[in-house]
Design a protein around this ligand. Structure first.
Ligand code: CA
Length: 235
């Protein structure tokens, strides 16, 4: 079964019924299909069946550690994950852990802000997911498939976040072309105006740790000193 992107729901994982309802109502008002799961186990079960296009995940759940749920959702599929959290500093920590979260919204909840973040993440993944042709981009064992939004090395799936995948995809579309950090910011980050180029450096390091057999001596993504990054063009 091939599903249209628009048919796939947004999965909201939240045990506080009122918060879950408010989030669902605001997203439905924007035309999204929304399903709500009240604990980690049912969230993982629903995600496996429904293949959500995005997940809004509360970190404090009754049955499982939210971080664990995040990691397992990431292993299941490529949907962007937006974290709901009570503390901003906690969120920064979570994004830094490399568990697969793409962005966060702090509680107390401001629904319009949450809707804006959801739309930004979806816009970004739609923009970068649409590619002509249909064949994955492939380089020396590395394959990047813009349609399934999955990357593999020697046939093994790479557990990339949506941001890491987007970075890799931009480079993979034009191997040998050098992209500056500013160019990568503009292409991958929806709110590039507010982001700092060092953000690219941080995500690039994590991307390399996942795709490079030896991250200290990158084989795929080369740094061009003073200019930026490129995907090595030798096959
Ligand atoms: Ca909660």
């Amino acid at each position: 079964v091939v599903r249209h992107e628009e048919d796939r729901p947004i999965l909201v994982v939240e045990d506080e019924a009122i918060v879950g309802e408010v989030v669902a109502r605001y997203l439905r008002r924007e035309g999204f299909r929304v399903i709500v799961a009240a604990d980690g186990a049912s969230a993982l079960a629903r995600a496996a069946i429904e293949e959500p296009r995005l997940v809004v995940l509360d970190l404090l759940l009754p049955d499982m550690d939210g971080l664990d749920v995040c990691r397992r959702l990431r292993a299941q599929g490529p949907a962007p994950i937006l974290i709901l959290t009570a503390k901003g500093d906690e969120a920064d920590e979570v994004l830094g852990l490399g568990l697969g979260a793409d962005d966060y919204v702090s509680k107390p909840l401001r629904p319009p802000l949450l809707v804006a973040r959801v739309k930004a993440l979806l816009r970004r993944s739609a923009l970068l997911g649409a590619a002509p042709g249909g064949a994955p981009y492939a380089y020396g064992g590395l394959a990047v498939d813009p349609h399934t939004r999955r990357a593999t090395r020697d046939g093994q799936p790479l557990p990339l976040t949506a941001t890491e995948f987007d970075l890799l995809l931009v480079l993979a579309r034009r191997p040998g072309t050098v992209f500056s950090r500013e160019e990568l910011l503009a292409q991958v980050w929806d709110d590039a105006y507010f982001a700092h180029p060092s953000t690219v450096t941080v995500h690039m390091r994590r991307l390399r740790e996942k795709i490079e057999p030896e991250p200290a001596h990158p084989r795929y993504i080369k740094t061009v000193r003073g200019a930026g990054y490129k995907l090595a063009d030798e096959r």
